[in-house]
Every structure is written in C-alpha cells, then in structure tokens.
Design a binder for this molecule. Structure first.
Ligand code: PEP
Ligand code: MG
Length: 593
C-alpha cells in the first residue's frame, strides 16, 4: 500500500500475468563531460585517479562475470571477457595518460577524447563483424566515466530482485539478459505487441506492458508499480482498494494456471478428433526444457539469432552444434525446426544502424551476403540432424531465388560434411517461413520447392499493413485479424495443401485464441507458441470443432475490416463455441478494473 497518489497508464498488453514491486528505472547513461585544464602539480594525481577508476571497473566487471555466469550460464558471461579486454587495452590506457600529461586535461575528458580518436582512426571499425565491439566499448566507457564522474550507472544486471523494470525502450539484446527470477515485470514507454522484446518477455513469462506513454516523467524515488499484463495497465502507486481487488484476482489466476497444468498429458486434439501438432517457439535450451515439460510435440521455431546476440559475436559451429544437438535429442522423435539467423530488423547488435532496418539487411539477405557465417550455421544444423528430427527453415524469404541460393549453400555444407565423414540426415527437410506478402502471394511456387511452410504472422502483418511491429505509435494499426492478412494466411495454407506439404503458424496469431479458431477453420496442421502458452493453447484447440471453425473462417475472409472480423469472432465464439467461451471468460475474469 502506498500513500502516494495512484496513477493508471493504459498501454499495450504484451505479456500476460500480474506483477507488483518497486520501480527500477533503466535509462541509457549519458555522461556530461566537461573539460578542465590541470595545473602541472595535479597531473600525477589525475593519472592516478584515472588508473583507480579503471581498476574499480575491472573489479566490477569481474564480479559481474561471476554473477552472470552463475545466474545465466557461462555463455552469457562471455561478452564480459571482451569488455575486460577493451577496458585494459594498452593503447587506450597509454593514450589517455599521455593526453592527461601532455594536454593537461582532466581524466574523463582525456579518456573520451582518446576513444573518439580511436573511432575516427578506424581501428575500432576494423574489428570483425558488425562493428560488434562498439556496443561493448560503449558499455565499458560508460562504466569508467560513471566512476570518474561519481554517477550511478544503471545496469540491466543491477535490478533488485522483485522489482519492475521501467524504461523508455529495451533492445531485444538487453531483454535476452533479463533474469525472470529477478525482474517481476516490465513497463516500457515504447514498443509493440509483437516486437522481439515483447516476445522475449513472453518467453521468460515476465508480465509486461508496453506503450505506457510518458510514465518515466511521473516516477519518483521509492514508487511502487502494479503491472496488469492482461489489460495493458501499469498502475503507479496502486491504492489500497486496487491492491485488494488484484490480490483476489492474482489468486484466481494462480488457480487457473495450476488447472491448465493438468492438460500437459492430454493430446492437442479438436472436438471432432483432428490432431494438431502443438509445438513451441524457443530461443534457448532452457526454454526447450520448459516446452518439453509443458507438453510440446516439438519445436516449431528455434530462433537462433539470440545465440549470437547474447554473446555479441557469431557463435562457432561447435557451439551451435552442441545446442542444436541437445534440443534435437531432447525432442526426438518430434521435430525441431531450426530457423537460420534472423539478424537485422530490431535484432541488431547495438551500434549498428540502418535507415529502414525492417526493410533492410535482415535475415536471409544478411546470411546470403555472409556465406561463411551462413554455411557455418548450416553445417552445425546438419550435424545436429544426426541426433534427432531436425528441420531447417529460412526466414524473411521474399523471392524464389533466395530460397534456391540458400539451398545451394546447404548443398555445399552437405558436400563438405560428407567429405569430412561427419554424419547428418541426408533427407533433412527444408521449409520456408512465410512472412513477407511476396512469399504468401507466391505460396504455390514456394510450396513446390519446400517440404513445409510456416507462417510468421508477426512480420506478415507488419509488411502487409506497412505497420512497424515495434512502434507503439502505430500499435493500434497492427492487427493480425485484418482481412488482408487473413487472406494471405489462407492462400498459404491452401497452397501448401495443394502441393501435399504441411503448413504451420509460428507467429503470435497462433497464441491468440481467436487466431486459433481461424487457423483451425482454415485447416492449419501445426501451431507453435511460447512454452508458457502451451497449456492454454491446447485448451483452446480442445474446445474447437473444425467444421464450425471452417464456417467462421469462411465468413471472416469475406469481411472488410479487422474490427468486423473481431466482432464476428466474439459473436460466434459466444454462440457456437461455448466451451471455448467459458475458458476465455476465465482469462478475462483475471483482469483488473
Ligand atoms: C514472425 O514474424 O511471425 C515470426 C514468428 O518470426 P519473428 O517474430 O522471430 O520475426
Ligand atoms: Mg519474423
């Protein structure tokens, strides 16, 4: 309870659940560096002040290395080694000292001038790949400057257990490092429902609300916040009454979740007996285990780019092989669909910018421009295919040529492995992610050259409606029920079936109960969702008759607006899917206000 005045922020519900805790504000650090001229007598002590700051940061980083390694695994701690190397780089240290002595300037000014000089001289730009070290360099220099200036440095690792992270924006690379045991909830001013940060929050089962406009301006030291991830509410300093209502609802929600767990052993079968392959979307091995525990019948989407983002460097073939193999073994005989790197868009290493990242150097385009990196990944996936039922999927394909070129690289990888005598599945299936309007319109042609198709509704919606999936200003225009999107989904499903191949949905459309109604009505074979939503999605599947759903889908496809589709779905679910309506009511009942 708080005596401060309650304030409600209406945002976008991104990750369901409730959270309550003290606010932890996370903001990028923007040091204010002033230039000071030193007296000759002060030079030695200034140099010593600089050295001490570097020593302090070194100790801090070593401690962080231990902490991250302990809490999140060795792999995640690796980027700290890189930062330590940058921190203690002789050239930077000597050049800063020289600057202090010869230019008679204060340490923070000398240090920042040295780093600027490095960037301009291009030495920093020569480090391999994606200017990846810029991000680390920026982190390291912020640490050193904060010590010199006596500022508190916000760090994603500095979250006090049980607090709610509030920020303007959070890149997916930072979100990947969040520890769900520590962060109770997330509230962002920016971001959209299907941004990759949103997907990360869902995957980690951290309740989250994005688009909470101007919340940072209202936050004061010691504030408490309540996150309602069902309705998209962030309630600053909730009143005693509000807390009382929510306490009852949180208990109801816990009971509902516990009852869903009982569904783990049940089959994902519709009321009329159609078995749906219900699988999971994962990023890390730990999630794959969680998916297995929640009854997944395979991995429908393994987003591999996080192996890259978490390390801030390309993972080696061996590192990838071990992870892919472990997941394949875990799920054998069920399939594990490994998607090749979908880097770019909002999943870039900080420091790399493009004018239109979602229309730029992303996913398959990026991989086809870096054959060595791409082939390395394909070799790792192929090798893992010897350990289980592994399939390969290419993201953001827009042209048939891209698919053909990617397959040629795959053939080269196979040839190399044969020569080296390394085993793999010669018949490994290759599929395409249908997530560009081009691929959905040409689904027939893509289906002829693929073994399966998997629809990525997040990007398909973004590209069809020309709405940035991560921009809160246009979030209300992002609607996967738009009839234009539905028609592309239908075209893709029909095209796959005409060619005799299976088709799945791995976008967030499949995590929406109303989306499941339409998908089953359109005849989809597989649905893949984040591990935490598996029981809920199974319950939805088990409440649907595909014949009735087909009639609803047929009507929906004739409508003109997303709102008309949503109204139709609500009406039809209420009247014709009573079992589903009951379970949806239970979910809604868990909401606040
Ligand atoms: C999609 O675009 O729907 C999808 C599943 O891929 P991602 O969200 O990783 O872009
Ligand atoms: Mg996508």
């Amino acid at each position: 309870m708080s005596i401060k005045k309650e304030k409600i922020f209406h945002g976008i519900p991104v990750s369901s659940g409730f959270a309550r805790g003290p606010v932890f504000v996370y903001q990028p650090y923007l040091p204010v560096i002033s230039e000071r001229v030193l007296k000759p007598d002060d030079i030695d002590s200034e140099v010593e002040r600089f050295r001490r700051a570097v020593r302090n940061v070194e100790a801090e980083l070593r401690e962080l290395h231990q902490q991250v390694g302990r809490e999140m695994g060795k792999d995640f701690a690796e980027f700290i080694d890189v930062q330590l190397a940058l921190l203690t780089d002789e050239e930077v240290l000597n050049e800063t000292e020289r600057y202090i002595r010869e230019q008679l300037r204060n340490a923070e000014f000398a240090y920042s001038q040295t780093l600027k000089g490095l960037t301009v001289s291009g030495r920093a730009a020569q480090v391999p790949f994606f200017r990846e070290r810029f991000a680390d360099m920026a982190d390291v220099s912020a640490r050193v400057l904060s010590v010199l200036l006596g500022d508190n440095l916000p760090s994603i690792f500095g979250v006090k257990p049980g607090s709610v992270l509030v920020a303007h924006q959070l890149p997916p690379s930072d979100a990947a490092l969040l520890d769900p045991a520590k962060v109770a909830g997330i509230v962002l001013e920016a971001g959209g429902k299907t941004s990759h940060t949103a997907i990360m929050a869902k995957a980690k089962e951290i309740p989250a609300v994005f688009g909470a406009d101007a919340i940072l301006k209202m936050i004061q030291e010691g504030d408490e916040i309540l996150v309602d991830g069902y309705r998209g509410l962030a309630i600053l300093n909730p009143s005693a009454n509000r807390l009382k209502t929510y306490e009852a609802e949180i208990k109801r929600e816990q009971r509902r979740r516990a009852s869903l767990k009982a569904l783990v052993e049940e089959a994902p079968v519709t009321l009329d007996g159609k078995m749906i392959d219900l699988s999971a979307n994962v990023e890390f091995l730990i999630e794959a285990r969680q998916a297995k525990d929640n009854g997944a019948r395979g991995i429908g989407l393994f987003r591999t780019e996080y192996l890259f983002l978490a390390r801030r460097r390309p993972p080696t073939e061996e590192e990838q092989f071990e992870i892919y193999r472990d997941v394949a073994e875990l799920f054998r005989p069920f399939p594990v669909i490994i998607r090749t790197f979908d880097l770019g868009g909002d999943k870039v290493i900080p420091g790399y910018t493009e004018a239109n990242p979602f229309l730029g150097w992303r996913a398959i385009r990026f991989c086809l421009d870096d054959i060595a990196l791409f082939k390395n990944q394909l070799r790792a996936i192929l090798r893992a295919s010897a350990a289980g039922n592994v399939k390969i999927m290419f993201p953001m394909v827009a042209t048939i040529e891209e698919l053909r070129r990617a397959k040629l690289v795959l053939e080269e990888a196979k040839k190399e492995l044969r020569k080296e005598g390394k085993p793999f599945d010669e018949n490994v299936e290759v599929g395409v992610m249908v997530e560009t309007p081009s691929a959905a319109i040409l689904a027939q042609q893509f289906a002829r050259e693929s073994r399966f198709l998997s629809i990525g509704s997040n990007d398909l919606t973004q590209y069809t409606l020309a709405v940035d999936r991560g921009n809160e200003r246009v979030a209300r225009l992002f609607d996967h029920f738009h009839p234009a999107v539905l028609r592309l989904i239908k075209n893709t499903i029909d095209a796959a079936h005409e060619q005799g191949i299976w088709v799945g949905m791995c976008g967030e459309f499949g995590a929406d109960p109303m989306g499941v109604v339409l998908l089953l009505g359109m005849g989809v074979d597989e649905i893949s969702v984040v591990p935490g939503l598996l029981p809920e999605t199974k319950q939805v599947i088990r409440s649907i008759d595909t014949g009735v759903a087909a009639e609803v889908a047929h009507q929906a496809l004739k409508l003109s607006t997303a709102l008309e589709v949503e109204r139709l779905l609500e009406r039809e679910v209420h009247h014709r899917f009573t079992k589903l309506a009951r379970s949806l009511h239970a979910v809604k009942g868990a909401g606040g206000e």
